[in-house]
Design a protein around this ligand. Sequence first.
Ligand code: NAD
Length: 454
Amino acid sequence: MNYQEIINTQNAFYNTNATKDIPFRVKELKRLKSILQKNEGLLYQAIYRDFKKSKYETYTTELAIIYHEIDLALVNIKKWSKKKSVSTGLANLPARSYIMPEPFGTVLVMGAWNYPYQLSIVPAIAAIAAGCTVILKPSEIPSNSSSVMAKIISENFDPKFFKVIEGGVKETTELLKVKFDKIFFTGSIQVGKIIYQAAAKHLTPVTLELGGKSPAIVTKDVNIDMTAKRLVWAKFLNTGQTCIAPDYIMVESSVQDELLLAIKKHIESADYKIENQNYTQIVNQKNFERLQNFIEKDKIYYGGHCDADNRIISPTVMSGVTFSDKVMQEEIFGPILPVLSFDNIDKAIADIKTLSKPLSCYIFTKNKVVKNKILNEISFGGGAVNDAVMHFMEQNLPFGGVGDSGMGNYHGKAGFETFSHYKSILQKSFLIELNLKYSPYTSSKLKWLKRLIG
Ligand code: NAD
């Protein structure tokens, strides 16, 4: 496939200004929603084939989020696209100043495998709403999900506007040689660095949605049962293959045993099984082996069963874990939950800060001082107090990382902004012209300038 030719075609289409038209964007967003709805059956089948993700979780954690993003964009697109007036300084009066969004142009969206539909299509929605043309490169790992997206989009969209390019490292390496106007990448820190370097060659702006070890900190004053219930759901959703899953728990030592018992109770009552629609396979053998390697037998508090033939790892809780253990050296991204304890919040914060800035942080506490201390002292992408993962669903909260967990953000208006350049315009009139800026530069002009400018 000649990628340069594909991008040339998209650039040419972009330059017709067709995508700058709001009704065009609205029509294309409506088309996207309707073709996804029409093909829901195929989408469910493909993702089930990839890692046995159920219809229920595919709807709630993928399609519902996509539909909501489309609806939100449709309602707000006119408002988001409006130029915004700002005040003008004395030196330029009479005049108007305003900021107007313009689409970046032809953009590349690259998705990760763990939520193959949502992580590919939600950024594409933002790009379409902002008026860009889009090349979408889904992850090749869930190959059925990738090819069903390619099929549905190629059958319903003009490739000069929206096209899926499938492929792995070889294809992506070639694709990244081409100049895009913006790259939006979701994936690992390691590949994020490759993307950033490739983009730098063309001075292409990037948004990087990466990962990291997201802590959940639990103090002794909370409702332990409800804390455990929320943490268990957040951790084992999608079998722990969630970028914002609580990676590990730091619990105040006096309530550690109580929390562990409550976690066990809630895992058992959820009864995680593929046939119960609440569990999936580990996506591939490589990840299965990587996860299996984290489990140290003498630290298993609960679970730890690994079925290599079916790539299933049961919900596993590890206790007595320290920051030097294997499981604490990299993002887990699977159904293993290490529990560490602390007696001193300052020491706990210092330990968390020895790791890279996480994508999320969850604070379970009723203690305002502790809450504010953690919010002020730990840098992380976003998070929740007394809950986990659910901040992702809030349409007014921009979603993204910081430091190693990423740069830039999206969801709702933030997504529109991510794919827009904000042009600053000063618009003067011909009514009068102050001669202060022109020579001859006299001392009385300087005096006036100093008064005007300060
Ligand atoms: P990945 O980095 O392996 O792959 C992501 C994309 O990069 C895929 O499209 C893949 O084809 C491509 N890719 C892989 N190797 C490449 C290379 N050498 N050169 C060019 N492109 C390459 O990530 P993944 O395994 O799909 O996802 C897991 C990671 O993504 C985790 O770290 C997780 O935390 C993170 N993640 C982050 C978010 C977020 O929103 N911040 C969401 C989901 C996953």
